[in-house]
Design a protein around this ligand. Structure first.
Ligand code: SF4
Length: 433
């Protein structure tokens, strides 16, 4: 989502004459867009701001020009004016729900006097209603935020505090942006939301639409070839969405559905509001409807109170579901969240060894999944050049990275058939059919 927000900020600044610069050495403005999800996000933000200060000072010495420094994103939201206190060289602090104000804030920066501009309110007029900027440049695949914020309050997560309560964009504004993306050359859209499958809005027929209906509507856009969405919550996985997977060819057979733990005790402590069995029933239903679907997930290892028995339950579930890929991390404290003050934090060494065990199994499963693609012909959207000469990188319908070689014309943005001949841990490779 931060990637999407960064692109939107670029779109907002282009009409003011700004161009995207690859490094900050001669930039007129540096926007540090921060994420609060990973560990030590706050410390990393301050250390990066120190580096940016040195960069801006050097430019000032050399050219006499001031660099405007802005901090955006969830750390900006969480820290607010603390950022100005600890890093007084920062000009602008702007939260994820108010970056549409960036052009106005930039215009108010005083080049000589320090004036502190902070915009971290949750706006009364939704951000997207004010974000009508022209889409300037995108690759063949783009993100489109349809939903933001979360009301679920998992005990480990900062999102409800930094992104606010659940908000769904209107269908009209989503379709409008999708069409603009298509006009910019996009062929694949990934619908984004912290709880993307909680999206709901009044549809064209006056009824409340859910994600399945939205996808059906987007699929009517001819030039749009591939549709994906992320990230979903098990509680919001309704039949309409599962049916959409079965019925809409443009919706890719890939489902990222976080489980976090295989133990009901831990799920309860995490406040996930569902049990392991609920998750398994969803997976069973999804696989009944779409046998070839790739299932991905998220796991938090070593959540406070996690015992050996809880850990074994997680291992059991992973073995049962067989993921095509999954993300797993050691639990780490997020200040301000309920789990941060739980007493029974798990020892770091135990967390590390449990994580290793989980990741070994997940790696094996991913490799096995990739091996199953050998000899099949798959439709691939070419995203960019690979690292080797004449090499291209694309994505398979099941979200695998696909490599192949081609010498002649530039294929980026094309959709081609690739016959898979080799499988690796994180990718597959083959040749054009
Ligand atoms: S559902 Fe997702 S975004 Fe919402 S609180 Fe839980 S982990 Fe965070």
């Amino acid at each position: 989502m931060n990637f999407y927000d960064s692109e939107k900020m670029v779109d907002l600044l282009k009409p003011l004459g700004y161009e995207l610069h690859n490094d900050g050495d001669d930039a007129d403005i540096i926007v540090l867009n921060t994420c609060h999800i990973r560990e030590k996000a706050v410390e990393k933000t301050y250390s990066e701001l120190g580096r940016i200060r040195d960069q801006a000072n050097l430019r000032k010495e050399k050219t006499g020009k001031k660099t405007i420094i802005a901090v955006a994103g969830c750390v900006a939201q969480a820290e607010g004016d603390q950022i100005m206190k600890r890093s007084p060289w920062v000009d602008i602090v702007v939260g994820p729900q108010s970056y549409q104000n960036l052009p106005e804030l930039i215009s108010k920066v005083d080049p000589i006097e320090k004036n502190k501009l902070i915009s971290i309110d949750f706006p009364v007029i939704p951000k997207f209603d004010q974000l009508k900027s022209k889409i300037t440049q995108r690759g063949p695949s783009a993100f489109l935020t349809i939903q933001e914020g979360c009301d679920k309050f998992c005990s480990f997560c900062v999102v409800p505090y930094t992104r606010g309560s659940e908000y769904s964009r209107s269908i009209y504004s989503i379709i409008d942006e999708a069409k603009k993306l298509i006009d910019a050359g996009v062929k694949e859209i990934t619908l984004l939301g912290q709880n993307v499958n909680a999206w709901s809005s009044k549809g064209k027929d006056g009824k409340v639409w859910r994600l399945g209906s939205l996808i059906k509507e987007l699929a009517k856009i001819n030039e749009l070839q591939f549709i994906r969405y992320t990230t979903s919550h098990p509680l919001d996985m309704d039949l309409e969405l599962i049916e959409a997977h079965r019925d809409i060819e443009k919706l890719m057979p890939y489902l990222h559905l976080p489980l976090q733990s295989g133990s009901d005790n831990i799920l309860k402590l995490m406040n996930r509001k569902h049990k392991v069995d609920d998750y398994l029933k969803i997976i069973e239903k999804v696989r009944n409807y779409i046998p070839n679907i790739a299932i991905s997930g998220d796991f938090i290892i070593g959540f406070p109170g996690e015992t050996d028995k809880d850990h074994d339950a997680t291992i059991k579930i992973i073995k049962e579901v067989k993921f095509s890929q999954a993300y797993s991390f050691k639990y780490s404290v997020r200040p301000g969240t309920p789990a941060a003050v739980f007493f029974n934090q798990v020892d770091e060494q135990i967390k590390s060894s449990r994580l290793q065990e989980v990741q070994n199994i997940l790696r094996e499963q991913q490799f096995e999944f990739n091996k199953k693609s050998i000899n099949s012909v798959i439709k691939v959207l070419i995203l960019k050049n690979g690292k080797k000469v004449n090499q291209y990188l694309g994505r398979s319908p099941q979200n695998q990275s696909v490599y192949f070689n081609h010498e002649k014309e530039n294929l980026i943005g094309s959709i081609i058939n690739v016959k898979v001949s080799e499988a690796f841990q994180n990718s597959i490779s083959g040749s054009i059919v």
